[in-house]
Design a protein around this ligand. Sequence first.
Ligand code: SAH
Length: 224
Amino acid sequence: MRFDIISVLPDLLLSPFAHSILQRAQKKGIAEIYVHNLREYATNKQKSVDDYPYGGGSGMVMTIPPFAACIEKLKAEREYDEIIFMSPDGERLNQAIANQLSIKGNIIILCGHYKGIDQRIRDIYVTREISIGDYVLSGGELPAAVLVDAVVRLIPGVLSDETSALSDSFQDDMLDAPVYTRPADWNGYRVPDILLSGNTPEIEKWRFEQALERTKTRRPDLLE
Ligand code: SAH
């Protein structure tokens, strides 16, 4: 799977993909993640990527030409399944969307800044708009990193224990059960006996009950 992220601050995206599971996925060749510097596609002398909003008002708006040039260049090289714009007014990211995207081949992600991007970029190029939650961030880079992380860890072969993504929260519209590790007794705080019993069917049953209870109390909406 290949991601091409278009950003005016590409350095913001260096670290999130350079560690742990995302780094391993790239080393294994399961995921390719490229970050393109939008400014390199600016054609004017000042290399500007934003301009004043028509109609007045505060905040700058990102212009069409640099995005168009970068998207057209990428599209000439390969076909893309989705061109996603990270935006607070998009559909809210959830595990179902991450699952859908994890079986795609090539995805372009556009990161906005300032007041946002010229609406015509969205009308002409964008196939999907995704928000990571009901709050506003300064740019689309952190949202893009969140999206890529959520998607890449679902691609088969990325997690060493493949079933572990399946038992994560939200996969069955349920939260995950609590987890424990050594020591079994820490200053009198003990791990539930059942987890030390070695009785796998009973442990599975306990985990299911715990997950259900947690979902009922914390996120009853998931069970509806
Ligand atoms: N004026 C816009 C917000 C612009 S914030 C509005 O009110 O909708 C600047 C950029 O940050 C956005 O274009 C988008 O790419 C990104 N961004 C901010 N919050 C986000 C969120 N919750 N989810 C996804 N992207 C977000």
